[in-house]
Design a binder for this molecule. Structure first.
Ligand code: DAH
Length: 344
């Protein structure tokens, strides 16, 4: 038995001399020193020996396992330090190296144009309505009914408006004009507000049309508001936004929620009025719709049209940005090509 012990010890020492890593040491520990390890197997047989031999072999076995334990621990400390040193060396940070370049983000041109328009209109006395009064998911009630849009108006057609599949009469708003109703249901005149936001239309996408875009709605309701006030405010806005030299014109038009209605055109920046592809040869580009708030709309929200009058307008943010920066394709705004976005 003594020889057997020596033999196992020799083989354990040999294994130990070959060990390279902490996990090698764990294996050696399991093989020799665990409950099922080789030394324990021998200790189990001690009971068959005489008392004298039991003492001798037993103490030898204890001595050997203690020695082995000590040697394994010593190696363990050595490997641990080595592995730690290697890890630290590998993960060392050279604080003198230049940092990683992180490109700085920029405000999207639609956002900056919106901010610019909002600031211009704020300087004319308009305040921005809270988001809660200008939601993108809208009911037909706000998007159409209360704006005097007839039930059979083509704009309500699914070909123009996105309807939700689950809820009846719920749409992705096709215009920001619904914000007018939200505001007038909450507030009594005088009202002088703007509502910027995204709108959705089921369009075939091309250089001038996308299936969502952005509008800024305006509404001014008070006593004695006239079409002259409307022209004054919009002309002043255009002067602030484009500068004095850009020719503009008011053209009569029709919207269900205004009477009379008009549209404002700005001279095409691409061809300077000569006529080109962008302006379909007309030399003009429409930037907004506007008009005097229809008495039906006022009555609907409980405002007496014999006491109060008002004007409203809705402008296209993409159009205004395209006209200012001579951008000839609306899709550029939404492709997220940084070569385009970087220029603003
Ligand atoms: N909502 C209209 C559109 O999307 C634009 C518009 C026209 C808004 C006249 C108005 C308005 O507030 O008075 O085409």
């Amino acid at each position: 038995m003594k020889e057997q012990l020596e033999k196992i010890y020799t083989s354990a020492k040999e294994d130990l001399s070959k060990a390279q890593t902490i996990s090698d040491l764990d294996e050696i520990r399991a093989k020799y020193l665990s409950r099922k390890g080789e030394f324990n197997e021998i200790k189990k047989n001690l009971k068959n020996l005489s008392d004298e031999d039991k003492r001798i072999v037993g103490s030898l076995a204890n001595e050997i396992t203690r020695n082995l334990e000590t040697s394994i621990q010593a190696k363990h400390d050595e490997f641990y330090k080595k592995e730690l040193d290697e890890k630290l060396a590998k993960e060392r940070i050279d604080v003198t190296l230049p940092g990683k370049f992180t490109p700085r983000g920029k405000v999207h041109p639609i956002t900056s144009t919106t901010n610019e328009i909002v600031a211009s209109l704020q300087s004319l006395g308009f305040s921005v309505v809270p988001d809660a009064l200008s939601p993108e998911v809208e009911t037909e009630y706000f998007n159409f009914d209360m704006l005097n849009v007839p039930k059979d108006h083509p704009a309500r057609d699914v070909q123009d408006t996105f309807y939700t599949l689950n809820a009846k009469n719920v749409v992705l708003r096709s215009q920001t004009s619904g914000a007018q109703i939200h505001v007038m249901e909450e507030q009594k005149p005088p009202i002088r507000v703007i509502a910027p936001g995204r709108v959705y239309r089921n369009e075939n996408i091309n250089a001038r049309k996308y299936n969502f875009f952005h509008q800024i709605e305006g509404l001014y309701v008070d006593k004695d508001i006239t079409f002259g006030d409307l022209k004054g405010v919009l002309n002043e806005f255009i002067r602030i936004y484009f500068g004095a030299s850009r020719p503009t014109r008011f053209r009569s038009s029709f919207f269900p929620f205004t009477e009379p209605s008009a549209e404002v055109d700005v001279q095409c920046i691409m061809c300077e009025g000569k006529g080109c592809k962008t302006c379909s040869g007309t030399g003009w580009l429409e930037i907004l719709g506007c008009g005097m708030v229809d008495p039906n709309v006022l009555r609907g929200v409980g405002i007496d049209p014999d006491v109060y009058t008002g004007f409203a307008f809705g402008m296209g943010v993409e159009r205004l940005a395209m006209l200012k920066y001579a951008i000839d394709d609306i899709r550029l705004f939404f492709n997220n090509d940084v070569r385009f976005l970087k220029q603003f």
